[in-house]
Ligand binder design. Structure first.
Ligand SMILES: [Zn+2]
Length: 82
């Protein structure tokens, strides 16, 4: 596990939205290729986002997005003690 993981996790919801610059996007994708933990995070986040969007077509409300990010951070801390 790289110690840059928390940095990437901060950007994962933006990454899924396509709302980050291409350079960072490429960096995240490269990281996902070699980091199983982050890949799991992305899969989980993507599933949640998809589920939310199936209910209604508009973008995630900011409050929910915040909640998701908080949840991911918490899981990360539980798993790696950070
Ligand atoms: Zn990682």
């Amino acid at each position: 596990m790289g110690n840059k993981c928390p940095e990437y996790i901060e950007n994962l919801s933006d990454y899924l939205d396509g709302g980050i610059d291409p350079e960072l996007c490429a960096e995240i994708e490269a990281h996902l290729g070699e980091c199983n933990n982050c890949r799991i995070m992305v899969d989980t986040l993507r599933q949640t986002v998809t589920l939310c969007r199936e209910g209604k077509p508009e973008a995630l409300p900011p409050s929910l997005e915040k909640k998701l990010t908080g949840l991911l951070r918490e899981r990360w801390r539980q798993k790696f003690g950070k």
